[in-house]
Write a protein that binds this ligand. Structure first.
Ligand code: CA
Ligand code: CA
Ligand code: CA
Length: 660
């Protein structure tokens, strides 16, 4: 049986040899048949994996048979690959999740956001296959022994697991191309005093691979460490605006590092079909326990790129991306409307985001933190990054937009007069599309603002009832309709910054109080779970002023019936602080309202007297007398009642009042 198999394998090799030898025009590096590869990567850490995946996707010399992920968070990494491939029209390429959550390595910068997109969640993109990375590679090799080249551009954990669990597959691997190690040169062209990352991250795995006898092609630091993409090169790559280059641009923006990206990994992909940029030497490489790769004595075990024609390679690399197509830029958005004046104190604030804290960071769906270019009075804002339209049904998902998207979980219901206020900074366009998702109706509506000023911070308010679906249908946003993602889109070539998003129900005509200067917390209680979205000690009650309200419970710790509302994190107070809320109080006409820093055990109480009994009323508590210092951080509101009293609270708003 064994003999027979060996004989058959031998026959296959001979057939392959003849097939190659007698194909007219077949020469090294110019094979007319595509080279089948499976790429194992740790996309999401450094940015060069993204370029390697993209290069494998656009290179006509390669037949990309699958992508696997390694190095912790392997599922998130696989989802990133799925989104990239789907956008590139290559969603049929299988993506398998690495079983090994080792070596653990966190996603860098904001790249996790790339997998946190409705196209991924709603399965409009391809999804990872059920087979694990190792089983997927094994089955592919088994189906076509001797045909497939593996390319490993992350730690070698998956490959080591493959050949340990399935030693029979070793002879089926045509070649294993690795980005890893350093022979004579280390990082930044310095002597190799530090072991190269991929090998060091799982040195044991590397030892297994380097002693396996599998034909290896190695791209160490010697041939990769100086391959920096400068700004002009990046600009040229991104100017293609092809489906692939826009994905690369998105991930590069989310990677969010100041340094120039270094193209380590793409060299391993390139070596599968073109060695002409590199000096190749057959060497014997040993891996020590610390992950150093050293030239040893003995039979060569690796074909090693010990140098590269740096300028020539980078030119070829950039040219290849710059020539990618088709160019896919957005068309002019419709439903043009104008800004409206912002009126007084909102009737109700559904949600706000000023980007000053990380408390609601998990709700940032597109955009990254900006601390340099911020509006007056603000320390942090949000810089738009390129992403596809969240409207996958009627939006143009072939292209991308520079976008800031905030998803106020868990989708509050609107009032009669929904308004959106925000601050914005634009460069490279005067047009901004504002879009909102209706959870109730399961569609997006948008409106477009044109002729906006550029390169300065401006404030804007829009009437969200003016928003429509792209085809004009959908009607106005109506009372009680639950909304979700708040979205700002600009041209993908433009810069967009957003700050101070406030979605609110407009002030009634008789309102005299000004619009607040800043918001610290809004408590509408309408959707979401107690404890999770609404931490604290209270109950929900359906008979709120609008939707649900918070209801007092016996709280011996606070000395009576009370509502202890946790603010989900520490909120920094401004010059002055007020707390507005609507209430329905029975059994008392007074209450003690306190702002609290629970860690520091600091309590700032104010006693409120002469309150309305047994019907809905409203009050504004001024904390002027509590002598709060500017910059004080609070994380709880306590409302404590006399014995036997009961209270409902709704539409609570902690804010710094505006100037009249
Ligand atoms: Ca890598
Ligand atoms: Ca801010
Ligand atoms: Ca409510």
């Amino acid at each position: 049986m064994n003999l027979l198999r060996r004989a058959l394998a031998g026959a296959a090799v001979i057939c392959l040899f003849f097939a190659l030898a007698f194909r007219p025009g077949a020469a090294e590096g110019q094979a007319s048949e595509k080279i089948p590869i499976i790429l194992d990567c740790d996309i999401g850490t450094d940015i060069d994996d993204t370029f390697a995946v993209a290069l494998a996707t656009i290179s006509p010399e390669l037949d990309l048979r699958g992508i696997t992920t390694v190095s912790g968070d392997t599922r998130a990494r696989a989802l990133m690959v799925c989104r990239l491939l789907s956008a590139a029209g290559r969603g049929q390429v299988p993506v398998a999740v690495g079983a090994a959550e080792k070596p653990p390595q966190a996603l860098r910068g904001w790249q996790g956001q790339y997998a946190n997109h409705p196209a991924v969640h709603n399965k409009r993109t391809a999804q990872p296959i059920k087979e694990s990375a190792v089983e997927f590679i094994y089955n592919k090799l088994k189906a076509e022994p001797g045909k497939i080249t593996l390319v490993a551009v992350g730690p070698l954990s998956n490959i080591a697991q493959l050949i340990t669990e399935h030693p029979d597959c070793k002879p089926w691997i045509k070649r294993l191309a690795i980005m890893g190690g350093s022979v004579r040169v280390g990082y930044n062209n310095q002597p190799p005093i530090q072991a190269e990352f991929n090998i060091r991250a799982d040195a044991k795995a590397a030892q297994i691979v380097f002693t396996s006898g599998i034909p290896l092609t190695v791209a160490p630091l010697d041939a990769t460490t100086m391959l920096k993409l400068d700004e002009a090169m990046l600009r040229r790559i991104f100017s293609a605006h092809s489906p692939v280059t826009m994905q690369v641009q998105a991930l590069w923006q989310l990677w969010d590092q100041k340094s120039a990206p270094i193209m380590f990994d793409p060299v391993a992909v390139t070596l599968c079909f073109n060695e002409s940029f590199c000096k190749m030497e057959d060497l014997h490489l040993d891996v020590d326990d610390k992950g150093f790769t050293r030239e040893g004595k003995g039979k060569p075990n690796a074909r090693v790129a010990t140098a590269i024609k740096q300028d020539e390679y980078l030119k070829w690399f950039v040219d290849r991306f710059a020539a990618d197509g088709p160019k896919t830029l957005p068309r002019e958005p419709g439903n043009v409307t104008t800004l409206i004046p912002r009126t007084g104190m909102p009737n109700r604030v559904h949600v706000f985001e000023d980007y000053e804290t990380d408390i609601e960071k998990r709700w940032w769906m597109s955009g990254k933190l900006e601390t340099a270019n911020v509006p007056p009075g603000s320390k942090r804002a949000c810089r738009g990054v390129v992403t596809q339209d969240f409207d996958g049904a009627t939006g143009d998902v072939k292209t991308m937009y520079t976008a800031v998207i905030f998803n106020p979980v868990p989708g509050p219901p609107m009032g009669k007069n929904p308004r959106l206020s925000f601050r914005y900074w634009l460069k490279g366009t005067d047009t901004l599309r504002v879009q909102i998702y209706s959870l109730s109706n399961n569609y997006h509506r948008h409106l477009t603002l044109t002729k906006l000023p550029q390169e300065k911070w401006e404030s804007g308010t829009v009437d969200m009832t003016a928003a429509r679906r792209p085809d004009g249908s959908g009607g106005p946003l109506s009372e009680g309709e639950r909304i979700d993602d708040i979205q700002f889109y600009a041209d993908p070539r433009a810069e967009l910054l957003i700050d101070d998003i406030v979605l609110y129900d407009a002030a009634p005509p008789e309102e005299k109080r000004p619009f607040p200067k800043n918001f610290q917390f809004t408590g509408t209680f309408d959707t979401g779970a107690q404890g999770k979205e609404w931490p604290g000690t209270f109950e929900f009650d359906k008979k709120g002023y609008f939707g649900r309200a918070a209801k007092s419970v016996e709280n011996p710790e606070l000395g009576g019936p009370a509502i202890r509302l946790h603010l989900r994190g520490e909120r920094t107070l401004g010059e002055a602080t007020q707390l507005f809320f609507r209430y329905n109080l029975t059994g008392a006409d007074s209450m003690r309202v306190a702002l609290v820093n629970s860690k520091g055990k600091e309590t700032y109480p104010v006693v409120v007297k002469g309150l309305t009994k047994a019907k809905w009323a409203e009050t504004t508590v001024d904390f002027g007398e509590a002598k709060l210092k500017k910059g004080l951080k609070v994380d709880e509101v306590h409302v404590v009642l006399p014995k036997g009293a009961e209270l409902l609270i709704d539409d609570l708003l902690l804010y710094e009042p505006g100037s009249p």
